[in-house]
Write a protein of this length. Structure first.
Length: 90
């Protein structure tokens, strides 16, 4: 792997805990790293005679999961709670 690919893999590992820490911002950072990984990484590579197959479908699935999480927890759209002063009519 190149230095840039190593950095991207490190970012994937660093931000993979977005659900555990409850952070939509970390999910978005994971999405960016996953996109970079998918763009720059070949489907397989070898290092000193041993081959390593990269799991593109797994990275794609994790990225989609992060996208769903980030959208669901972005704080936009939200829920409005109606109170006495909200002029709610039933």
């Amino acid at each position: 792997m190149t230095c840039q690919e190593d950095q991207i893999v490190a970012e994937l590992l660093e931000y993979a805990d977005f659900e555990e820490v409850g952070s939509p911002a970390r999910a978005r950072k994971f999405i960016v790293a996953a996109k970079r990984f998918l763009i720059l990484s070949p489907t397989s590579q070898s290092d000193q005679g041993s081959a390593m197959t990269l799991s593109i479908p797994q990275i794609e699935a994790l990225m989609k999961s992060a996208q769903v999480y980030a959208r669901a927890n972005s704080g936009t759209g939200g829920v409005r709670f109606l109170g006495v002063t909200s002029r709610f009519r039933g």
